[in-house]
Design a protein around this ligand. Sequence first.
Ligand SMILES: C=CC1=C(C)c2cc3[nH]c(cc4nc(cc5[nH]c(cc1n2)c(C)c5CCC(=O)O)C(CCC(=O)O)=C4C)c(C)c3C=C
Ligand SMILES: [Fe+2]
Ligand SMILES: [Fe+2]
Length: 357
Amino acid sequence: METTVSKQPTVPRTQLGKTGVLLVNLGTPDSPSVPDVRKYLREFLMDGRVIDIPFIPRFLLVNGIIAPFRAPKSAKVYKEVWTENGSPLKYYGEVVERELQKTLGDAYVVKLAMRYQSPSLDAGLTAFQRLGLTDIIVIPFFPQYASATTGSVYEKVMDIVKSWQIIPRIEFVNSFLDHPKFIEGFVQLGRKHMAAYDYEHFIFSYHGLPERQIRKGDITGQVCRLGDCCSSLHAMNQYCYRAQCFETTRRLVRDLGIPEGSYTTCFQSRLGNDPWIKPYTEDTIKELAKKGVKSVLAFSPAFVADCLETTIEVGEEYKELFEEHGGEHWQLVESLNDSPIWIETLADLVKSKTVVS
Ligand SMILES: C=CC1=C(C)c2cc3[nH]c(cc4nc(cc5[nH]c(cc1n2)c(C)c5CCC(=O)O)C(CCC(=O)O)=C4C)c(C)c3C=C
Ligand SMILES: [Fe+2]
Ligand SMILES: [Fe+2]
């Protein structure tokens, strides 16, 4: 007679009841080689929330033009930003993952994932599934909400869990543009530089976005004119990335005591010929230099870790541009990286989203 052997439970009982915390950054190539950079650019730019045009023209644009032509140029720059620990974006993510786990303790399981490339979102979420975790908190590492970043993380997470038998309870952190500890983190870094040098002007340079994406995100269809409408953040424009960036600047200048007229919010990293949100950082730098400004302290508060966009673009390329136009002293404020206050910010965000049952 055949006996039925019941399967051992695959979920260790010790893990049940814990909350999974998924820290998600944008992603970075596996190495600075041209093929790896091309692979990364393809995955990233084929996301319909990043290049928001229909599939066929997007496919032709990305695979026929952007990835082949940009990959060799970008690979050169990635080689500059690469350290002995690899890409700083990923390295700091791994340190933060460990430090946050220590801070939060046993009731949580913390994992790092990348929206593109590795470690993948699929691997992170599947690990939680194997542990039987049904409460998950997802923290996209983007202080200000944009469809191309935070929105894309939401979409991918939902796409992964949609076929699971048990769809977990998922809490998403939508933005943390004015979280007091996030602000304090950049204020501490800024104060250190301000104590060492008497800067004439302060630049707050955020990653740019095509203007079209801001218009599409205007939930009222009436508010966004991409001008003064972004100078305050309220219920009607709460998802406007540009307005959120201006709000982050306001909090920073208030706490740093920077006077009106001595700072500029601007937007970097334009890709393609479509209009992106303004003012462009390049134009701001040229105008300041033309006015005779000799020293600038530059913040990059759309990023929480040093990466290509901060270290190379703001720290080196914009410095060269400023000096070419007559500027003398340009300094980048490094990112939050693995600073204790950034770990505290994340711990606060986790606690605020934890469901007490
Ligand atoms: C801070 C949030 C970011 C937004 C918003 C964003 C939008 C966005 N980006 C591109 C195109 C590129 N971005 C690239 C690098 C890059 N972008 C972000 C963050 C945001 N992007 C980060 C953190 C990084 C650096 C990653 C790293 O490995 O260091 C790149 C690749 C680099 C290059 O080739 O220059 C591209 C391309 C678009 C089109 C877009 C909005 C529509
Ligand atoms: Fe980007
Ligand atoms: Fe706006």
